[in-house]
Structure formats: structure tokens, C-alpha cells
Design a protein around this ligand. Structure first.
Ligand SMILES: Nc1nc2c(ncn2[C@@H]2O[C@H](COP(=O)(O)OP(=O)(O)OP(=O)(O)O)[C@@H](O)[C@H]2O)c(=O)[nH]1
Ligand SMILES: [Zn+2]
Length: 343
């Protein structure tokens, strides 16, 4: 079986970053799935499993964020004894990265080289505003274009009304209600997995990511569990990151259902996710306005006029504090990292 890599998003930029490694015993490929030390990679010649080569191991020791993840374009090396090693992760164009719970200074890369990140939130039970805002900040930070997908739209009477409400939390982001059960809203998502394009799905466990990935790929490629619990939360099923190819199209990356995602020091993602607040803040009289009781504060006056919901401002402040704490922590960790290694 042979695959046209350009259908998967291989282009001139990746071709030129690959060129220095192009040898008779190397091939480029895209990571479908990364398990501990073993990656499943799609090459023009088919699917291969590869272990981490020496160079990839060194890179990962330096920075765990450089471990291969679903969506990565990589250099594979074929050895005479038929072993295949993953030698290098080519520079990522975009990457979804979240803070890890451990003491590691670098984050965990959930998916790479996607064109679009869909924040997937179920319409029932009621969407969680704070989670949507947080995931959108992460999506913006990835460098890809975010969309907000409201799943299970068949479970409410007026999904468009819910979409309109959530649009207020998602400046510059298309909001797309979908129902896999009814096949509603899927056309707009199909455009995002056209040939050469990659869509990553980001959302909590039970949000309906796997169901959506299956619907887009047109096959049941992932285990989807039935609703067993009354609260509609579903159970945790997807424990890995998986890239799925869409027949006649591009790719979908399903990320694991995440309970809480910590933001890294993602100032820019946060600013994009809260473009409405930033736009107001830009109009304050003082550049260093804290938007509390300063004269000429455009944020406070929008609050007073009911143009900016207080919840939205509180949410922005909370995420900002979190990012500030995290970047301080990160700089301390980075400063002490070499010493810790000798413990
Ligand atoms: N009514 C309805 N239920 C849906 C729809 N899409 C998904 N579900 C249900 O929602 C539950 C969770 O769906 P999954 O696709 O497993 O969710 P997930 O986000 O992949 O969850 P993890 O694998 O844990 O990350 C399942 O019981 C699905 O059947 C839909 O369009 N309508
Ligand atoms: Zn102000």
C-alpha cells in the first residue's frame, strides 16, 4: 500500500526541513500514535513501528517536549537488521501543549502540525464556560486556528441559542453545533479535514471526541463507550493520542480526554482568547491600568454599561494569575534543573 504524503499535510516546508536527513536508508513519515518509546508512523510505504533512535533519545533527555507525538513529521531510519528507528522530529509548525502535573519544566505535547484545533464541548450537560475559555486559550497558543464544536446538539431543543451564548466567550472563533447521531453540522468539520489538512480535537473525557473522529473518518477506529453514568459524563476511554486519516481527505488527531488542563506561560494564547477584554484594555487612559478604579478605565466602564459580563473579566484575571504563577515556577525550575539532575 502506498500513501500520498501530501494528502496528510506534507509540503514544501517539511520537505526542506527533511532534506538534510535525506539518505538512502531514511524516509519521512507522520506519527499516528506515540506510546512509550514506540511510535506508529505512516510513511509513503505504509504503517511502521519505530523505536526511538539515539539522536531522538538525546533530544528528549534535553527537553521531553521533543518526544514524538501524534501529528509529528519525523525522520525514520531503516537498519540492515530490519529495525526501524525514529531519528528526529522535524520542527513543528503548530503544537498543542499543556502543563504537566509533575515537576517537569516543559509541558506535554498533545498533538502537532494541525491546521485547526477544535475545542470540543458537549451541549449537554450544560457547557462549562470556564473550561471553554481555558481550552480556547490553549488552542490559540498552539498556533493553529481554533473552532468551538458543541457536540450532542440533538440533546437540546435550540442548539443555535446555546451557540450564540458561547460565541460571547469565543471572540473570532467559529462556533459549530454538531450531532453525530443526527449527522448535523458535520459538513463544516469535513472542510477542516480536506486533503492536506489536519484537525485536532481537544476536550474533556466524554465530550464526544472519539465519536466525532469516527464520524469524520467514516469508520469505527476507536473504542467509544456507551453512556453508563446518569450525569452523561461518560468514562475515560481514550488513553492515547491518535492520528486518524480521513479517506479522501486529511487527518484528525484525537487527544486524550483531559480532566484539567494547565496553561503554560501562554500569554499570547490568553490574549487571543480574551480579545474582547484586551480590546477594551487598550482603550484605558493609562497603559498600566489595572482595571480596578483608575480614571478612564474602559474595562470598568464596559462593566458598568453591562457590555462586559463580570464573569468574563474574573475569568481573564484568574487565567492571567495562573499563567504568571506558572511562568515564575518555570523559570525557577529551569534555573535549578541542572542541579536537580545530580540528586
Ligand atoms: N446523543 C448524542 N450522544 C453522543 C453524540 N456524540 C457522542 N455521544 C455520546 O457521548 C459519549 C462520549 O463520547 P466519546 O466519543 O466516547 O467521548 P470522548 O470525548 O472521546 O471521551 P474520551 O475518550 O474519554 O476522551 C458516548 O456515550 C457517545 O455515544 C451525539 O451526537 N449525540
Ligand atoms: Zn483599565
Amino acid at each position: 500500500m502506498s500513501f500520498d504524503l501530501s494528502q496528510l499535510g506534507w509540503d514544501d516546508t517539511f520537505t526542506s526541513s527533511y532534506r538534510p536527513y535525506d539518505r538512502p536508508d531514511t524516509v519521512p513519515g507522520r506519527v499516528l500514535r506515540a506510546d512509550r518509546g514506540i511510535s506508529t508512523v505512516l510513511t509513503a510505504g505504509g504503517v511502521t513501528r519505530a523505536s526511538l533512535g539515539g539522536n531522538a533519545l538525546l533530544e528528549a533527555a534535553r527537553d521531553p517536549a521533543l518526544l514524538p507525538c501524534a501529528g509529528d513529521w519525523v525522520v525514520l531510519r531503516n537498519w540492515p537488521d530490519r529495525r526501524v528507528t525514529l531519528e528526529l522530529v522535524l520542527p513543528r509548525r503548530t503544537r498543542l501543549i499543556r502543563r504537566t502535573a509533575d515537576k517537569d519544566a516543559s509541558g506535554q505535547v498533545l498533538a502537532a502540525n494541525m491546521d485547526t484545533v477544535a475545542v470540543v464541548e458537549p451541549i449537554f450537560p450544560e457547557p462549562n464556560d470556564a473550561r471553554v475559555e481555558r481550552l480556547l486559550a490553549l488552542a490559540w497558543e498552539s498556533g493553529a486556528d481554533p473552532v468551538l464544536v458543541l457536540t450532542k446538539s440533538d440533546t437540546v431543543r435550540d442548539p443555535e441559542a446555546v451557540a450564540r451564548q458561547l460565541a460571547a466567550l469565543a471572540p473570532d472563533v467559529p462556533v459549530i453545533p454538531v450531532s453525530v447521531q443526527r449527522g448535523a453540522g458535520l459538513d463544516r468539520l469535513r472542510e477542516l479535514v480536506a486533503p492536506g489538512r489536519t484537525l485536532a480535537l481537544l476536550g474533556r473525557s466524554g465530550a464526544g471526541k472519539s465519536t466525532l473522529a469516527n464520524a469524520l473518518a467514516g469508520t469505527a477506529v476507536m473504542p467509544v463507550q456507551a453512556i453508563r453514568d446518569a450525569d452523561g459524563k461518560g468514562r475515560h476511554t481514550t488513553a492515547w493520542r491518535n492520528l486518524i486519516t480521513v479517506p479522501g481527505g486529511g487527518c484528525v488527531v484525537d487527544t486524550p480526554g483531559i480532566r484539567g488542563v494547565g496553561l503554560l506561560d501562554t500569554g499570547s494564547g490568553l490574549d487571543r482568547a480574551f480579545a474582547d477584554v484586551i480590546e477594551l484594555a487598550d482603550r484605558c487612559r493609562f497603559d498600566n491600568c489595572r482595571h480596578e478604579s483608575e480614571p478612564g478605565c474602559a474595562v470598568q466602564s464596559a462593566l458598568a454599561d453591562g457590555l462586559l459580563p463580570p464573569r468574563r473579566l474574573a475569568s481573564w484575571r484568574k487565567l492571567h494569575r495562573e499563567v504568571a504563577v506558572e511562568s515564575r515556577r518555570r523559570s525557577v525550575r529551569l534555573a535549578t534543573a541542572p542541579r536537580r539532575r545530580h540528586n
